[in-house]
Design a protein around this ligand. Structure first.
Ligand SMILES: *Cc1c(COP(=O)(O)O)cnc(C)c1O
Ligand SMILES: [Zn+2]
Length: 421
């Protein structure tokens, strides 16, 4: 299957419902979207993608949030908690500090459960309802479980989440817990959790809502649509580059799909498509390795480690969609140290934007690419920050100032302040 920007929209199989179908990105096999549960191609096991007979452009969009983009989605409405419509912050000092023409921060931490995963779940859980399944499941580094638990409970469905024991930030486990998910703590890393939950799903025990699920990525496309609409309204152009953290590379794949559909709809010139630029932590960087080596596939890393637990992933399942996305748009991928991630987290916090470590990887990556001369000073850039500061309170406290004990009297407080200045 041709994942290039200029490929024509393929023709629909006769069984397609309302011009929407699923297509295998490897062999092109097409199937109706809601007649059976499938996550990968029946024929070859390749990744599936939702296809539209007539991809829509900006004129089709009305309303707010993710469902503003309903005409670009496989359903007219979803299980909603008012996701999407997140801010695209201006950061004048950071812009000067990084040394680019324009820098805007798309803060996905401002979604209902505090990460972009909500955009995928508002669609994915609605599809689960359409398919008539009873139990939802995901493997998660944390945010997917938080989002699925919230959307699953709103839809009145049972939710099962598999988490790598001891490797999920406190805020995320608290969310899954309060929203009533059954939390299975697996004695293994995220990739092991994903292997397990895929086997459970294959046995029909639960409906899988990891980003392997093609419907989730449809919801996440709206990040790209929002960025382009807002940026164009403010600056009269689209950004040259979008820099984003990469874990399973779902967002990279989703943004690329959003751009391809706009190109097909005639609303975005191929030359204007923003360069998709992925950032990984140095301790979990299989996508960076593949991009640097010019490889067709990603090699699974069995041992991964980083403070940015949301992207502590060694086997990015969406790599077959994301690698063409990075290459075709003229983007790149870069690895950053945990120390650089923490520096970037502090810099964002200094602009009033509170993010979790994985989110700060985008700014850290941009800084590195700017230093290396890969990103030029004339570029208009958007950095995606994927999750809220409160997701990982321990990381925030470790990166920030220390509380100072003081006595319960004014003189004592004043003398403490004098001592310290
Ligand atoms: C899920 C997640 C990521 C990784 O996104 P992918 O689409 O899997 O690459 C990055 N940051 C945060 C905060 C996340 O929750
Ligand atoms: Zn196939």
């Amino acid at each position: 299957m041709d994942l290039s920007l200029t490929a024509d929209p393929p023709s629909a199989p006769t069984a397609a419902r309302e011009g929407v179908w699923l297509a295998c990105i490897e062999c092109g096999e097409a199937s109706p979207p809601f007649d059976a549960i499938r996550y990968t191609c029946d024929d070859c096991g390749g990744l599936l993608e939702v296809r539209y007979a007539e991809p829509v452009g900006f004129d089709a969009f009305a309303g707010e949030g993710v469902w503003r983009y309903a005409d670009a989605l496989p359903l007219d409405s979803g299980v909603t908690i008012q996701e999407g419509g997140t801010p695209l912050y201006r950061v004048p000092e950071l812009t000067d500090d990084v040394g680019v023409e324009t820098l805007r921060i798309k803060h996905e931490g401002m979604n209902p459960t505090g990460s972009f995963k909500d955009r995928g779940m508002t669609v994915g859980v609605a599809v689960a309802r359409e398919l008539g399944v009873e139990r939802l499941a995901c493997a998660s580094t944390g945010n997917t479980s938080a989002a699925l638990s919230a959307y699953g409970s709103r839809a009145g469905m049972e939710t099962l989440v598999l988490l790598p024991a001891g490797k999920v930030a406190a805020g995320k486990v608290a969310q899954a817990s309060l929203h009533g998910a059954r939390i299975l703590e697996v004695d293994g890393n995220f990739d092991a959790c994903l292997d397990l939950v895929q086997e459970l799903a294959a046995r029909g025990e639960a409906y899988l809502l990891n980003s392997l699920n093609p419907f989730r990525l449809e919801g996440q496309k709206t990040i790209g649509l929002e960025i382009l609409e807002r940026f164009r309204a403010d600056h009269g152009t689209v950004p040259d580059r979008i820099v984003l953290p990469v874990g399973n590379a779902g967002n990279t794949a989703a943004l690329y799909k959003a751009f391809r559909e706009l190109v097909q709809a005639g609303d975005l010139a191929v030359d204007d498509v923003p360069k998709l630029t992925g950032v990984q932590a140095a301790g979990a960087a299989p996508m960076v390795e593949a991009i640097e080596a010019g490889a067709d596939a990603v090699r699974r890393w069995d041992d991964v480690e980083t403070r940015a637990t949301a992207i502590r992933i060694g086997n990015p399942v969406n790599a077959p969609k994301a690698l063409p996305g990075i290459r075709e748009t003229g983007g790149t991928a870069v690895a950053v140290s945990d120390a650089a991630i923490t520096d970037a987290q502090r810099a964002l916090a200094g602009a009033g934007i509170g993010v979790e470590p994985a989110s700060a990887a985008s700014l850290a990556g941009l800084r590195k690419l700017r230093e290396d001369g890969v990103v030029g000073s004339e570029e208009d850039v958007v950095c995606l920050t994927t999750g809220h500061l409160l997701k990982d309170p321990d990381a925030a406290a470790a990166a920030g100032t220390e509380p100072e004990p003081v006595p319960d009297d004014l003189d004592g407080v004043l003398s403490h302040l004098d001592d310290r200045t």
